[in-house]
Design a protein around this ligand. Sequence first.
Ligand code: GUN
Length: 287
Amino acid sequence: MSARILEGKTFAAAFREEAGKRAKILHQKYGVTPGLAVIIVGENPASKVYVRNKHKSCEELGIYSEVIEMPETATKDELIAEIDKLNASDRIHGILVQLPLPKQIAAYEAEILERIDPKKDVDGFHPVNVGRLVTGQKALIPCTPHGCLKMLQLAGIPIDGANAVIIGRSNIVGKPMAHLLLAENATVTICHSHTKNLKEVTKNADILVAAVGRPKFVTADMVKAGATVIDVGINRIAPKKLLGDVDFENVKEVAGAITPVPGGVGLLTVAMLMQNVVTACEMQIAK
Ligand code: GUN
């Protein structure tokens, strides 16, 4: 039997609607419009598309949005000066520095992200928010893993007591995903390039999250019958051809539920960013 397909657009629409409603309440109750600033440095074509989508999504939901475009040659100090201005702005409740940064400043990524006021850190990458997530305090949570969690919940996939296996240990997806599932009482295993007998581990997963960055890395023989498989991979193998980390056609014959690529969790990221901008605004009003 073929797996249930978890379509990103259905869940993204629900999350966007929720963000839009909460933005409206902030406006009606407090006369405040939540505001997002996105800084993009350089000309990375994929980043430009992502930033345009974020801006468009804000406009549709009644969220104020600024895009700050800096040249490829921008220095770390110039970028930090821009962050400082946004930290001080009353109009802006959320700040996002689009990654990856150009080569000459990529080495300073951690320092740059730490400069963002944690209250405005809508990516949830600041160590204060990471620490809050890990210790179970209210935090701004990275958008992609947060979207995956909310999708699992809305889809009615049991998490409490489930064996959850995550392939990939990035700060953007793997690590926060592990903590979110742990907080929901899953038994969590994180696998990576040094993991021995990967297939034996993944075969045990009720929930398998693939965030590796390698096309069709997860094959049908790695998946337990009936498992839920979440594919976070976005691998561009040709200008118009995207492949996930999961061999979708074969894995869907084994899994119980699966997300496609494209059309899967990628769509959730922007929707959850909209929620984070509203959450950041709510927290700043409440302080
Ligand atoms: N580039 C790819 N994904 C992301 C993300 O979630 N946040 C930021 N800032 N940059 C990204």
